[in-house]
Design a protein around this ligand. Structure first.
Ligand code: ADP
Ligand code: ASP
Ligand code: MG
Length: 409
């Protein structure tokens, strides 16, 4: 008998008929002689709806208390586990729902983006051994003191991967509303192709540069603990994408995929001295304000005066500006801050890049031909990322996807 962990995302459980579809699929897997733990997300749109209500009751300019935010958000998944278990039971199966806390998922106390510190799956095993199907709430856990926590947006992916590791599952399947991981978001590039396989590092780079098909922390976790998993559709039986450690043959593909991330903003501090300590005086306060910085570019100075630019999420721009205002005067006379939003990031990712020259040149040439201006550039061993005007991101993504020969046949 195999132990299978499945995860069904928000769209897959988005309405009663979809929940019944998921219930049927779980029952089929169980009837084939497997033990099943099925992780479910909140119904599509529910988490956003809860966030909006919280904002309304809290009032403009105020942040909801994070402890209560987690109590609220966890209800989205709690609703779905009950409904999915009910649907299975009504179809003649035996399913039991568990919240993250009941399933032994322990986290640190960082509300709304908690990290899993430990999983004690004894209750999950007990229920499985009694012949039950276990329906587990994604995206949530509890602290050692018993406070409810959530694992960051998209966190049901992490629940599934972490539980698969904890129970040493034979198979981990992430069911979603597309057939697998594509060469680019198929909603943006319609001729994107489904990948048969992808290395952890590639999916990690794609996920953290905007491909929201998997939560990046869940891929990080899978890589760390060697959890192979497949991403596939909950709406058909097409084979999906296998996510795994890299193999020699994967190196022959130079670019695996293209990612895009909208809603970025750029901050430029002009006229700063090219002196030791300048960067730390700028980025220290930004970090203290809990703003995550993505790309950083500092120009080479000829005159001892330089500009430093960096990008942040648009939602964090006001906080970054507020944190920097007091620092500007300290940085010297003539130092100014310029901020602009309406920026997006385009990345090409592939482990084959390590052994191939000319990828950056090809990307830049393609963007030039498409008339897209590159604002900033950053690279890693397996990724080249540029920022462009958000209004041009789709044109840019399509052109680069085409130029690297990624389109489906
Ligand atoms: P779920 O609710 O199942 O967790 P998500 O909405 O989080 O699903 O993720 C699936 C969506 O991710 C797809 O509908 C697709 O638009 C988007 N997506 C972005 N990049 C990619 C990609 N490279 N491959 C597949 N889907 C992608
Ligand atoms: N419901 C949560 C979210 O919308 C978690 C998830 O769906 O994975 O982010
Ligand atoms: Mg998701």
């Amino acid at each position: 008998m195999s132990l299978i962990v499945q995860k069904y995302g928000g769209t897959s459980v988005g309405d009663p008929e979809r929940i019944r579809n998921v219930a049927r699929r779980i029952l089929e897997t169980h009837a084939a002689g497997n033990q099943v733990v099925a992780v479910v997300s909140a119904m599509a749109g529910e988490t956003n709806r809860l966030i909006q209500i919280a904002a309304k009751v809290t009032g403009e300019g105020k942040e909801p208390t994070e402890r209560e935010m987690d109590v609220l958000l966890a209800t989205g998944e709690q609703t779905t586990i009950a409904l999915t278990a009910m649907a299975i039971n009504a179809m003649g199966g035996t399913a039991v729902s568990l919240t993250g806390a009941q399933a032994g998922i322990e986290t640190d106390g960082v509300h709304t983006k908690a990290r899993i510190s430990n999983i004690t799956p004894s209750e999950v095993h007990r229920l499985l051994d009694e012949g039950n199907i276990v329906i587990l709430a994604g995206f949530q856990g509890r602290t050692a003191e018993g406070r409810i926590t959530t694992l960051g947006r998209g966190g049901s992916d992490l629940t599934a991967i972490a539980m698969a590791a904890a129970v040493d599952a034979d198979l981990c399947q992430i069911f979603t509303d597309v057939d697998g991981v594509y060469t680019c978001d198929p909603r943006v590039v319609p001729d994107a192709r489904k990948l048969d396989e992808i290395a952890y590092d590639e999916l990690l780079e794609m996920a953290s540069s905007g491909s929201k098909v998997m939560q990046s922390r869940s891929v990080e976790f899978a890589k760390k603990f060697g959890v192979r998993f497949e991403v596939r559709s909950s709406l058909n039986t097409n084979p999906g994408t296998l996510v795994r450690e890299e193999t020699m043959s994967m190196e022959s593909v130079v670019i695996r995929g293209v990612s895009l991330e909208r809603d970025q903003a750029k901050v430029t501090i002009t006229g700063v001295g090219d002196l030791p300590g300048t960067a730390s005086r700028i980025f220290g306060p930004v970090a203290e304000a809990n703003v995550i910085i993505d790309m950083i570019v500092q120009n080479v100075s000829k005159t001892g005066i330089t500009d430093i630019s960096f990008t942040v999420n648009k939602a964090d721009l006001a906080r970054a500006e507020a944190a920097l205002k007091p620092v500007l005067a300290e940085l010297g006379e003539g130092v100014a801050l310029e901020a602009e939003d309406g920026i997006a990031k385009l990345s090409v990712v592939g482990i084959g890049m390590r052994s191939h020259a000319g990828v950056a040149a090809q990307m830049f040439e393609t963007l030039a031909k498409a008339g897209v201006n590159i604002q900033m550039i950053s690279t890693s061993e397996i990724k080249i990322a540029v920022t462009v005007a958000e209004s041009e991101i789709e044109t840019a993504a399509k052109a680069v996807h085409e130029a690297f020969g990624l389109a489906g046949g």
